[in-house]
Design a protein around this ligand. Structure first.
Ligand SMILES: *Cc1c(COP(=O)(O)O)cnc(C)c1O
Length: 427
């Protein structure tokens, strides 16, 4: 047997190809991934040299890698316990995290279900909503309404509200629960579209348990931005027609869009809210579903007064400790100034990309920069172009995009912008 820890890169890649499944990938893999040896600050040390991370490991590593404060939180908790079951037991990290989340999230969300991934937190959100209506004797309300272009995860209920066309889950259209879809939201406010939202909610009110959307930024479904005013339209229509409102803030949460949570752009409180990704600063897998007392009390009034959900690793103390430390780091600094600084850097750095052939749109919001092409990106060529600039990017569909860690310095932001442009040009 080979000595795995010291495995030479070619052998490691050969074993990877043969045995290891990667996200959204075939088996065996067709494109060799880069091997990451370690990561520190905003840099990944890889088999292709040191790369500035333009992806925050899919929105999560907001404070960068190998952060002394997060390391210490993990180490300290490791010395106590990495995990205990959450049934019948509780512990300070989970309780502290729940309190932090309640205090920092939109007013009115008071109860926290700790889940082990974003997709599971969306499953829990859907279960809460369906069970709420069932408990009130209105079990016919069991469908969801969403707008096209969304992404909510890869398990079954989340898949059913992802963009039904051109997305990753089109294959399953005949198998998934059939939800109600309206058009994707336009970027700016249009009264006709608001009217379409109101009409769809009214028309389907009897069968709708909830409306679920990503507020302000649609992430993996197409990196589209929309007017926060639509969130108020949804809130009012949901209230008027007895429909719950779920915000999936798994990508947008913890400052990414220039508000702590995107819901704040519209001063709207949803009935249920999912957070994940940056929750632990990218260290460990954890997500949470928050809800209002109305939802929790409704469920408790039912014939089955409990929420039958309880992942084995629910409330994991190690993840909860790091999450508390990550939130502490975020709130202990002028995070908004950092996000605005990156926003300004991306605006300036990406402006020239507008003139590139094949570029359809360039948009920046908070610490998110997007270049949309008029064709499907050649992922391999685009990735290689970024790597040549010393940057790690992961383009998809017709999009080359970045959401850097908030600690990314100005020079590195400029470098990321150059890499996005190079990837857009060569992809
Ligand atoms: C990533 C994401 C999810 C799924 O989270 P996982 O932790 O990957 O299961 C759900 N919703 C949104 C908006 C996301 O960005």
């Amino acid at each position: 047997m080979p000595d795995l820890p010291g495995l030479p890169v070619p052998e490691l890649l050969a074993l990877d190809r043969r045995h290891v499944w990667h996200p959204y990938g075939p088996m065996p893999g067709r494109v060799d991934p880069l091997v990451v040896e370690s990561a520190s600050g905003v840099r990944l040390r890889t088999s292709s040299g040191d790369l500035v991370d333009g992806m925050s490991s899919w929105w999560s590593a907001i404070h960068g890698y190998n952060h002394p404060v997060l390391n210490e939180a993990a180490r300290e908790q490791l010395g106590r316990m990495s995990h205990v079951m959450f049934g019948g037991l509780t512990h300070e990290p989970a309780v502290r995290l729940a309190k932090l989340l309640v205090d920092m999230s939109p007013k009115g969300l008071e109860h926290v279900f700790l889940a082990d991934s974003g997709s599971v937190s969306v499953e829990v959100a859907v279960k809460m909503c369906l069970q709420y209506w069932r408990s009130l004797g209105r079990g016919g309300k069991q469908r969801l309404l969403t707008w096209r272009g969304g992404y909510h995860g890869d398990t079954w209920q989340p898949m059913s509200v992802c963009d039904p066309e051109g997305g990753m889950h089109e294959l399953w259209s005949g198998v998934l629960p059939r939800q109600v879809f309206v058009d994707a939201p336009p970027a700016g406010y249009e009264e006709a579209y608001a009217e379409q939202l109101r009409a769809a909610i009214e028309r389907h009110a009897d069968e709708l348990a909830a409306v679920i959307v990503e507020p302000v930024v649609q992430g993996a479904g197409g990196m589209r931005f929309h007017s926060p005013a639509y969130l108020r339209v949804l809130r009012e229509a949901c209230d008027a027609h007895d429909v719950l409102l779920v915000f999936d803030e798994i990508a947008t949460g913890f400052g990414r869009t220039g508000a702590l949570f995107a819901a704040e752009h519209a001063a709207v409180t949803p009935d249920v809210m999912c957070v994940g990704k940056a929750l632990t600063g990218g260290y460990l897998t954890m997500a949470a579903t928050l809800c209002t007392p109305r939802v929790a009390e409704g469920i408790s009034r039912g014939e089955v007064p409990v929420l039958a959900h309880g992942p084995t690793f629910m409330g994991n103390p190690l993840a909860a400790s790091v999450a508390c430390a990550s939130i502490g780091l975020l709130l202990g600094q002028d995070w908004l100034a950092e996000v605005k600084r990156i926003e300004a850097g991306l605006r300036e750095g990406l402006a020239p990309a507008r003139e590139l052939p094949g570029v359809q749109d360039v948009r920046v919001l908070g610490a998110i920069g997007v270049v949309q092409l008029d064709h499907e990106v050649d992922m391999r060529a685009a990735t290689q172009a970024a790597v040549r600039e010393g940057v790690w990017l992961r383009p998809f569909r017709d999009l080359v995009y970045t959401m850097p860690p908030y600690v990314t310095g100005d020079e590195d932001v400029a470098r990321i912008a150059r890499a996005v442009s190079a990837a857009a040009q060569e992809g």
